[in-house]
Design a protein around this ligand. Sequence first.
Ligand code: KIV
Length: 317
Amino acid sequence: MSTNTVDNKRKVTTARLLDMKQRGEKIAMLTAYDYSMAKLIDEAGIDAILVGDSASNVMAGNMTTLPITLDQMIYHAKSVVKGTERALVVCDMPFGTYQGNPMEALASAIRIMKESHAEAVKMEGGAEIRESIERILSAGIPVMGHLGLTPQSINKFGTYAVRAKEDREAEKLISDARMLEEIGCFALVLEKIPAALATRVAKEVSIPVIGIGAGNGVDGQVLVMHDMLGINKGYSPTSPCSATPPGSASPSATAPWPWMPSTPSIHPSRFWAISPTSPAFSPPLPPSTCPTSSPSPVPPPTRSSPQNHKKHLVNTN
Ligand code: KIV
């Protein structure tokens, strides 16, 4: 949601996001998976829409993001593009469509661009997938990186806990972020890492760094729409900041970002997934609108109920 009201109707491009970073204007990004929601979000002035593979969780009820297919992502992205005029539409490349080899990655990205008309793709990982990213970039397809908690690797991590708390993992993340900048990614998502580390990365790289559960020292925030609206079954935060009754929220009335303090009730539940006492948490709203007390504890994930696998709602610090 650009704070730049002068040319607020102008189409958001990757270049414009870079420009926003340079001007110190914060970038707002939300997920959407269908035409109607994309239209609402776009009209509300959100800068970028992510057709996230979180569709696997919130649309299809899967335990993880792994099962969603390329065809399904293209279906969602196509619907979102139809509802969008201004926002940049970024589509996640689903698990298994880019890790194998660069040519397969390129073929997957080309299908996304040709069939959905999304304007960029997002890929999880660093050095391991460098060649695939480079191949896609060489075809003129903008790539957004994604480091930190990368849910397509949940079976390797074994937990949705905060990543990069240890020096070694933090160093690798910094070097991956620099590499993504160097090879030409237009932006980078940092998910669920300590706020201090995210702030450092945002300062060190020239491309926009969009955080989720990474504190507010970054260039923008991305939220899963369902988390923001609090419509995840089985998750009922007690904080008045996030206690928007299901169905009552309108994206045009939402502003979970710290630089939009005027908006009253909705709060990004994904931020509450991290205890305010943890190093990864930087309260996103001022104390006057958000209580400083901890949110109600959220049970750890189990394999028994899909809703507990809403990956970012889990307090695993
Ligand atoms: O799939 C998703 O929604 C994401 C996030 C960064 C929110 O990857």
